[in-house]
Design a protein around this ligand. Structure first.
Ligand SMILES: [Fe+2]
Length: 395
């Protein structure tokens, strides 16, 4: 199979576009040219070989300004048999990968997350259900998702991202070792919360203008997660219907928890109940993903999904983890990532673009939470692996 690489580079005040086909440089007028090249596999977009000298096509710099959407898969996966979890993933757009870390290691992360909640000194006690309330917990989204308080850069979050078997999942999927990670949050959900009004939040994290599989999402599960334990709901098969659903422009549902309009999420689409039913009518199945401690679930970002609250006895413990190839990122995106990393700021699920720093402060009773903080309680160790996954250090 051949290799096609398109690159976008800046040269003084112009953008320069290249395409490499099997190491031979060619001009590229439009990305659609690539789609006709059935013999080739598109492996990179906007990768910039620093030493390349070539014929150039000059296009206005404005073309590269946000928002912009790539209209093809960043990696085109030809149908083939892998003989592992990738077969199921490519078939359904989602897969559970068993025993990625040991039960002991999962327990370590559970303890770390509980300690993190206690560090806020709001009276939370994991053994006293009466303290499982908003006033005793840091501010979260949908009853347990923590993105603020520098949580994405806690040592435990980086330890989870750098678990060798976790990195290996993304290396296998993308067929490269040169990956970057999102700075995503975690989920610690108490069951049977009486102080929450919770409603389903079916959404996908890919803009309707982006076509093809451009990102995946994943979570590492730390606690037993059965049918009553809440957790991840997935509309199995919905990623395959993404293009059909968005053939005509669709309006995102006005959900009660929708972000305010001034917060521009480039890659969030909220589905209405009617939309949910449309996917079911096409044969998709809404499934609750059950997992053991140490399991990992991976899904295509076009998949409809949401997290539901636990109803049993078990606290839900999860770290969201996403990685994509470094070559997908522009120099601008890498610079923005570096700033986020150095300032302990979180990002969206997307590792290589849509680096939208989560600047919003956690609000409590109409005011910024007095416990707001801009540094992790435990800072990550700056190993080469951490720095490379953060996008700060080159491979
Ligand atoms: Fe999501």
């Amino acid at each position: 199979m051949g290799v096609v690489q398109e690159t976008l580079d800046s040269c003084s005040d112009h953008q320069v576009r290249y395409i490499v086909i099997n190491n031979n440089l060619n001009l590229l007028d439009s990305i659609s040219d690539i789609q006709d090249q059935r013999d080739f596999e598109l492996i990179a977009y906007r990768n910039i070989p620093p030493t390349m000298t070539s014929t150039k096509v000059e296009t206005p710099a404005a073309e590269s300004q946000e928002p912009q959407y790539n209209n093809v898969d960043l990696v085109h996966f030809e149908p083939r048999h892998y003989g592992d979890w990738r077969d199921e993933f490519h078939q359904n757009g989602c897969v559970v990968i068993k025993n990625v870390i040991s039960p002991e290691r999962a327990e370590y992360y559970r303890d770390k997350q509980i300690q993190w909640l206690k560090n806020f000194e709001l009276g939370f006690d994991e053994n006293d259900e009466s303290t499982w309330t908003t006033e005793h917990l840091p501010v979260s989204f949908k009853g347990g998702m923590y993105f603020a308080y520098a949580a994405p850069h806690e040592k435990m979050a980086w330890e989870a991202r750098t678990e060798p078997a976790v990195v290996e999942i993304f290396e296998k999927l993308w067929e490269t070792k040169e990956l970057i990670s999102s700075f995503d949050g975690m989920n610690i959900s108490m069951p049977r919360r009486k102080d929450l009004n919770w409603s389903p939040w079916p959404h996908c994290d890919q803009n309707q203008n982006r076509k093809g599989m451009q990102a995946v999402q994943g979570l590492l599960n730390y606690a037993p997660n059965g049918p009553n334990d809440g957790g991840l709901m997935l509309m199995k098969g919905s990623s395959k219907l993404f293009d059909e659903f968005f053939k005509h422009k669709r309006e995102s549902f006005d959900h009660e928890d929708a972000p305010p309009p001034e917060i521009k999420y480039m890659d969030l689409f909220l589905f209405s109940e009617k939309d949910v039913n449309w996917f079911k009518e096409q044969g998709c199945e809404l499934i609750k993903v059950n997992m053991e401690p140490g399991d990992f679930v991976l899904w295509d970002s076009r998949t409809m999904h949401y997290a539901c609250l636990p109803e049993g006895d078990q606290i839900r413990h999860v770290q969201y983890i996403c990685m994509t190839p470094r070559r997908f990122a522009t120099p601008e995106a890498l610079e923005l990532k570096k700033q986020c990393f150095e300032n302990f700021v979180g990002t969206t699920h997307w590792p290589h673009c849509n680096i939208r720093p989560t600047k919003e402060k956690p609000m409590r009773n109409g005011e910024v939470c007095p416990k707001d903080r801009s540094e992790p309680f435990e800072k990550p160790e700056l190993t080469d692996t951490v720095l490379r996954l953060a996008g700060v250090k080159e491979y």
